[in-house]
Design a protein around this ligand. Structure first.
Ligand code: NAD
Ligand code: UGA
Length: 473
């Protein structure tokens, strides 16, 4: 048996590397149109892999060119693969019908058309990307109208890994979900895919459903997770007005086993490529199916997140005597969470944009994110942000002006030298081990710290002399 995966990104790369590790008898080929990305996956120097994930380079080192292959030859991989995973990106549409809400399925459709054109014989096509419910129907329509001599089944097998813990999550998932047609052929395909995961995952953790439940479970899971963060963040605002402490509340409610303790960390706001995208997609679907109350309900999870990011940026501006113009603000962290180099939808981008609009001078340090990525994120924000009211320097600042105001450092102390304030935006652990006394001595006074992750020890910093703002306390 051979496996092909189209899309060598944050999902395709780690997922297939773990399958290759656990199934040494199966050849796994990951293909991508992006030649640079494939070259990075094939780089002898494993620190150049395009995705940074703890433990990933070890798995790639063990499997690459044994039974794991990275290639740009999409056609050949489609021809050879018995199981073809589609793990391409499905971003929010930035144009036309559904702009700013619906998932853009053009990359998925392209894969389906290419499979239809090239594939022969028997194939199992697996939706690994996160897709709106009923996408499998569109794939089937494209395939059956265009393919020749192809007998196929479409399965939904959404991925639940979180970045930063992807490798752990893939080796020890809470569950694997496989949806397929409830026909003899569909059930057989479900069983084939199940037997692959069953090599390392107990069968009782492999959930089999119909296709629509599987597709919709993924959107639902992400919406529930994001909802918890918006819920605790909403309470953090009330804590700040009342003297309650959001961390104490999270602990107090989290010990109720019905609520559970995970995902109750108040923050500057959730980021990442998926939570916002998937909720917007869910909201769009609800409106499409004429369920406005359901759509409004879920849309508030995003509105609360926008509010939290805006609230944090405004807090900085207000505290610095209502203007940050010409002041040096240091952003510690740019990634959307620790242990990843991914910056998509990172709260840091929004907070920085709001500060730039107030003419701050921004200095950034992140242990894993490159300057090119940071400038690209700000540029993207200028062009594509879905709502202008959020922060949007949109349009009114040239790329050059932006670069003049944003400085990226590869050393943290230099980034904080002579700063007016520090905004901690990603919970990288190294931040808590810095010499905060030395940092204090080199900052303008009052020296402000805005801890958007409640990572630092507030008492210790206050004792040094810092003015410290934390979320919900
Ligand atoms: P990504 O942008 O990192 O990777 C997608 C890759 O697909 C890119 O390298 C792109 O060049 C490639 N691609 C696009 N069209 C192609 C085509 N026609 N042929 C060949 N290659 C093509 O995206 P990602 O983060 O890996 O996410 C992929 C999907 O998985 C999305 O639907 C996402 O919602 C879902 N997902 C992501 C995560 C996550 O943590 N990032 C977790 C679970 C699910
Ligand atoms: C999330 C889900 O956790 C995965 O199950 C899912 O597969 C994935 O989305 C996806 O579909 O892409 P990910 O976005 O990688 O994973 O990371 P999370 O750990 O969920 O964090 C998302 C954001 O929420 C981060 O910005 C994080 O800092 C923030 N967060 C998380 C909080 O602010 N508080 C918390 O308690 C937890």
């Amino acid at each position: 048996m051979k496996i092909t995966c189209i899309g060598a990104g944050y999902v395709g790369g780690p997922t297939m590397a773990v399958i290759a590790d656990k199934c040494p008898d199966i050849d796994v080929t990951i293909v991508d149109l992006n030649a640079q990305r494939i070259a990075q996956w094939n780089d002898d120097d494993l620190s150049n892999l395009p995705v940074f994930e703890p433990g990933l380079s070890d798995v790639v080192a063990k499997t690459r060119n044994r039974n794991l292959f990275f290639s740009t030859d999409v056609e050949n991989a489609i021809r050879e693969g018995d199981i073809i995973f589609i793990a391409v990106n499905t971003p929010t549409k930035t144009y036309g019908v559904g702009k700013g809400m619906a998932a853009d399925l053009k990359y998925v459709e392209l894969c389906a058309r290419q499979i239809a054109e090239i594939a022969h014989g028997e194939k199992i096509i697996v939706e690994k990307s996160t897709l709106p419910v009923r996408t499998a129907q569109s794939l089937k329509t494209i395939l059956s109208n265009n393919a020749k001599n192809l007998s196929f089944q479409v399965l939904s097998n959404p991925e639940f890994l979180a970045e930063g813990t992807a490798v752990q999550d893939l080796y020890h998932p809470d569950r694997v979900l496989i949806g397929g047609d409830q026909t003899p052929e569909g059930l057989k395909a479900i069983e084939t895919l199940t037997s692959i995961y069953a090599r390392w995952i107990p069968r009782e953790r492999i959930i089999q459903t119909n296709v629509w439940s599987s597709e919709l479970s993924k959107l639902t899971a992400n919406s529930f997770l994001a909802q918890r963060i918006s819920s605790i963040n909403s309470i953090s605002a009330l804590c700040e007005q009342t003297g309650a402490n959001v961390s104490e509340i999270a602990k107090a409610i989290g010990t109720d086993s019905r609520i559970g303790s995970k995902f109750l960390q108040a923050s500057v706001g959730f980021g990442g490529s998926c939570f916002q995208k998937d909720i917007l997609n869910l909201v769009y679907l609800c409106r499409y199916f004429n369920l406005p109350e359901v759509a409004d309900y879920w849309e508030h999870v995003i509105k609360m997140n926008d509010y939290q990011k805006r609230r944090f940026a405004n807090k900085i501006i207000e505290t610095l005597f209502n203007s940050v113009s010409g002041k040096k603000i240091t952003c510690l962290g740019w990634a959307f969470k620790k242990d990843t180099n991914d910056t998509r939808e990172s709260a840091a981008i929004y907070v920085t944009t709001a500060l730039l609009r107030d003419k701050a001078e921004i200095h950034v340090y992140d242990p894993k994110v490159t300057p090119e990525q940071i400038y690209a994120d700000l540029d993207y924000m200028k062009q594509h942000h879905r709502s202008n009211d959020m922060t949007g320097i949109a349009g009114d600042m040239t790329t050059k002006e932006l670069k003049d105001l944003v400085h990226v450092h590869n050393e943290p102390y230099e980034a904080m030298d002579k700063a007016h304030a520090i905004a901690l935006l990603t919970e990288w652990e190294e931040f808590s081990s810095y010499d905060w006394e030395a940092i204090y001595n080199k900052m303008y006074k009052p020296a402000f710290v805005f801890d958007g992750r409640n990572l630092l020890q507030k008492d210790k910093l206050s004792k040094i002399g810092f003015e410290v703002y934390t979320i919900g306390n």
